[in-house]
Design a protein around this ligand. Structure first.
Ligand code: PSU
Ligand code: MN
Length: 308
């Protein structure tokens, strides 16, 4: 199927039209968020987890400038190994028509493309959000506005630890994007189960999420539903010393004058090195867990569709 500007893999378009559960997966996580060769393994494993839970995975990225929903294994490998791969948020999508580059799509771009392809559920690791110092440097991820404009269920483990979590939660409130804790009252802290902030609402099951999503759609709201799913406590990063590492990451960012799209990958990589890969282990663990829960929600959504 082609919608004119995006390419959708046959397996994905068939699953969407026949009412099978489908889960979108982003590609910035493996083009810019994880080191090689782990990135390819994690991308493939996430797809397998979705399949094992009875849904169809649709990894989304840009191949030679073409936004593609449902990357093949070869395309995942190509993007993962491309030294020239760019990071595409929504504003880069049409530029691909000119530069013809491969790109990893962020949560913002992936949400947009998934929704255009009729996919309702999306699993990721950690959300983009408001960076520290945003009142002066205006660094707020495009993920925020995109989640106000693209109705999709997004399963994540909270905003990335390097962000100003309080400001991020305030912005989601302003944008009318609901956040529900998945079997928790705590807003997750990405690498760790708790950020220190609470969520106003909690849900207990994939069916609860499906009901909220369907109700929002019936109301014709354009907003996403954010499902905050914490990393399992036994797999979380040891929080001892984490604050100090994050402080050092910010200092290095300022010293090296990193800005724009490079900020998030820089901070994540700094933390990985400073924790001797422990942050990577936690990142992979939470992503696996999110892929599984997202697939359960996708299946529940289609089951409730069928009974209507
Ligand atoms: N979560 C991760 N690793 C990542 C990202 C999220 O575990 O690499 C990516 C997502 O694609 C997210 C992006 O949309 O970082 C946010 O980047 P920015 O702050 O530049 O908007
Ligand atoms: Mn930014």
């Amino acid at each position: 199927m082609s919608t004119g500007f995006i390419k959708v893999a046959p397996e994905v378009s068939e699953a969407v039209s026949s009412g099978q559960g489908v889960v979108a997966l982003e590609s910035t996580i493996f083009t810019h968020g994880l080191p090689r060769p782990r990135n390819i393994e994690v991308a493939e494993e996430a797809e397998q987890i979705v399949r094992d839970a009875g849904a169809v995975p649709a990894t989304i990225g840009v191949v030679g400038g073409v936004p593609t929903v449902g990357l093949t294994k070869d395309e995942i490998v190509e993007l993962s190994n491309d030294d020239d791969v760019i990071k595409s948020s929504i504003r880069e999508l049409a530029i691909g028509a000119v530069n013809r580059k491969n790109a990893g799509t962020t949560i913002a771009a992936t949400s947009f493309l998934a929704h255009r392809a009729g996919i309702k559920v999306f699993a990721t690791g950690g959300l983009g959000g408001v960076h520290h110092g945003a009142s002066e440097n205006f660094d707020e991820s495009a993920d925020l506005l995109a989640l106000a404009l693209n109705p999709i269920v997004l399963v994540s483990s909270g905003a990335k630890a390097v962000l100003d979590v309080n400001a991020t939660l305030e912005r989601f409130e302003s944008l009318s994007v609901p956040i529900v804790g998945y079997r928790t009252n705590s807003y997750p802290g990405f690498y760790v189960a708790e950020s220190g902030f609470t969520v106003p609402h909690r849900v207990e099951s994939p069916e609860d999420v499906a009901t909220i999503y369907r109700t929002q759609r019936a109301m014709e709201l354009s907003t996403a539903v954010l499902v905050a799913n914490p990393v399992p406590v036994e797999e979380q990063l040891d929080p001892t010393g984490l604050d100090e590492i994050i402080e050092r990451a910010w200092a290095a960012l300022e010293e090296q004058k990193v800005s724009g799209q490079a900020v998030t990958p820089f901070l994540l990589e700094f933390i990985r090195q400073a924790t001797g890969d422990a942050s990577l282990t936690a990142n992979v663990a939470l992503y696996r867990n999110n892929a599984r829960v997202a697939a359960q929600i996708a299946v529940a959504l289609e089951a409730s569709n069928g009974s209507k």
